[in-house]
Design a protein around this ligand. Structure first.
Ligand code: DGP
Length: 114
């Protein structure tokens, strides 16, 4: 997608601090971290939001969720805990229209979210 920030990160047009990249997914640090650890896990395929996941591409859930859990494990986040968040649409707080999962850790995260 030409005007998608995350697609530009994937193709190197915008720099990012990557922690992972494979054929299907990538993970990089959020530019505006909301916790000491704040990583975004995205599919390489441009899917605008969770609302665009259907029976054709639903394997994306396994890919990004599984990758997030693996990264959390590798960063030793299991013991103290972490949160995974997917914002969807305007009221859901989504600002970048490329499906992404936030992995947040390193502080006590309040509930309910704002
Ligand atoms: P959301 O509000 O759920 O759509 O989250 C979008 C996140 O993307 C937000 O936490 C900030 C992050 N972000 C936006 N632009 C960039 C960028 O250019 N680089 C990086 N690393 N993160 C970005």
């Amino acid at each position: 997608m030409d005007d998608c920030i995350f697609c530009k990160i994937l193709n190197g047009e915008i720099p990012a601090k990557f922690i992972h990249s494979d054929g299907d997914t990538a993970a990089f640090y959020d530019v505006n971290p909301q916790a000491p650890t704040h990583i975004l896990i995205i599919p390489k395929e441009h899917i605008a939001s969770s609302a665009e996941v259907d029976s054709q591409n639903s394997d994306v859930w396994n890919k990004i969720l599984g990758r997030a859990v693996q990264i959390a494990h590798e960063l030793n986040l299991d013991k103290d805990g972490y949160r995974m968040v997917i914002n969807t649409g305007e009221q859901g707080g989504q600002t970048v229209p490329h499906l992404h999962l936030h992995l947040l850790a390193g502080r006590n995260l309040g509930w309910p979210p704002g």
